[in-house]
Design a protein around this ligand. Structure first.
Ligand code: AMP
Ligand code: GLY
Length: 430
């Protein structure tokens, strides 16, 4: 088989984990990451361009004879990177792993996602969508719900567009701020108000060609900054896979009630979709409900998903491109994977960058995926360049062994003012 040149778009721990996995494939010729980070530059070649600069991406693809583009984050997808490739004669034969602009609306518009679920009878919280002109109806609707109240900006808001309020008064204030004061900019010009679901969260992932799909390992993310799920929400402080409370019965329900109707729904609506679907789920007394769709992999979920994939992941992507996903083999390791984020002091609020990271050469039991890091050639040092800095990931026969390896790995690493959650996976120990 002709070996492939692969370009990964993005710069986080997710992209480093994808790069790490693809770099292990004998089918790989050359690997590029744009823009990448301090870690990806050693797994492949970093190219300093923005993830939404399609013309620059085109240049890189043509100059480096790229066969496959894996899109990490949602923004380029929602802005139509797959359609940009599809409509360009020079790029048409390049596989973009990521949905069309139409498909990316599953993440780009909460209202679209909710309507889609309604059309296909996919279990989700009851909801209605409002804008400025329907504020009075929105307040009536809130009055008919009971606390807590869930308000969601319709558009992309960098993961921050969901507000959960404990009182009706607070909900009305927040709603007005979203609609009339552009709390989340244009993203909150429409607001989805929905019923609160009481349960335990987890995420399921598939790779799909829009007809068939393969179920990737499920994962649980720890979103709050503090131990015991306290403090503000973050992009994710750690993740584990598999998820012990998502047994085979539950995952069968996820597949029958959620995954199949979603993929079939995309097909029925003629929405081209070659890429990942991330199902944010709530397990409510053993029944799965969709909280949100994302049209990409999660971060830090990918840092536990990739280590659990036994098969050649690049081969699966090649099969996807050649419309043979159905016959592709996805084998998993039975191990438990745990990833813990080391973050900058102050995160998710303001934090400093440029701290020297020590100990990166020592890790042996764990893998260190870089997120917000930069490598300085002159001094041959790594410095911090973001809030989430490193994702330390390890696998083991059980949660306890995997956790031990991760926290040992973290113990060898340091930078000024760093912190991390000490309780990732604690709640799931048998
Ligand atoms: P999202 O950005 O849609 O993932 O929402 C952020 C977080 O808000 C989720 O991870 C959940 O913890 C919570 N959330 C969203 N929708 C609901 C809901 N309907 N019921 C309960 N919690 C929710
Ligand atoms: N960890 C959540 C996300 O990637 O959206």
């Amino acid at each position: 088989m002709h070996k492939k040149n692969v370009l990964i778009i993005g710069s986080g721990g997710r992209e480093h984990a994808i790069a790490w996995k693809i770099a292990q494939s004998p089918l790989l010729h050359r690997l590029y990451i744009a823009p990448g980070n301090g870690g990806t530059g050693f797994t492949g070649t970093n190219i300093p361009i923005s993830d939404c600069d399609f013309e620059a991406i085109k240049r890189v693809v043509l100059e480096n004879d790229i066969d496959i583009v894996v899109v990490g984050p949602e923004n380029p997808l929602v802005q139509g990177i797959a359609d940009f490739f599809e409509s360009d004669n020079l790029l048409q034969d390049v596989l973009v792993v990521g949905p069309s602009k139409l498909g990316a609306r599953l993440e780009g518009s909460k209202d679209f996602a909710k309507q889609f679920m309604k059309r296909h009878q996919i279990p989700t919280a009851a909801y209605e969508t409002f804008d400025k002109s329907t504020i009075n109806k929105a307040i009536d609707f809130l009055g008919r719900l009971s606390a807590p109240y869930v308000l969601k900006a319709d558009g992309l808001a960098a993961g921050k567009g969901v507000i959960i309020c404990n009182s009706l008064d607070e909900a009305v204030v927040e709603l007005k701020s979203m609609l009339f004061e552009s709390k989340f900019g244009e993203a909150s010009s429409k607001v989805v108000i929905e019923e609160f679901l009481n349960g335990i969260e987890l995420s399921a992932f598939v790779i799909t060609d829009g007809i068939s799909y393969k179920v990737l390992p499920e994962a649980k993310d720890y979103k709050r900054v503090g131990v015991g799920n306290t403090g503000p929400n973050t992009g994710g402080m750690g993740a584990v896979s598999p998820v012990p409370f998502a047994g085979s019965d539950f995952m069968r329900k996820v597949e029958e009630r959620i995954i199949k109707p979603t993929v079939n729904g995309l097909l029925a609506e003629n929405i081209p979709y070659k890429g990942f679907i991330f199902f944010g789920l709530m397990n409510v007394n053993g029944d799965p409900y969709v909280i949100e769709y994302n049209v990409r992999l999660g971060d830090p979920e990918t840092e536990v998903i990739m280590p659990r994939i036994k098969s050649d992941f690049l081969k699966i992507l090649i099969d996807l491109g050649e419309n043979r996903l159905q016959d592709s083999v996805l084998e998993l390791h039975n191990d438990t994977a745990v990833a813990v984020m080391m973050v900058s002091g102050g995160y998710p609020g303001t934090y400093q960058k440029g701290m020297v990271i020590n100990g990166l050469d020592n890790s042996d039991l764990s893998v260190v995926f870089h997120a917000g890091t930069e490598y300085l050639d002159d001094s041959q040092t790594y410095i911090t360049a973001g809030g989430r800095v490193l994702a330390v990931s390890a696998t083991g026969d059980n949660m306890s062994i995997a956790r031990e390896k991760v926290y040992k790995g973290i113990g060898q690493l340091s930078f000024t003012n760093h912190f991390f959650r000490t309780d990732i996976g604690n709640d799931l120990m048998l």
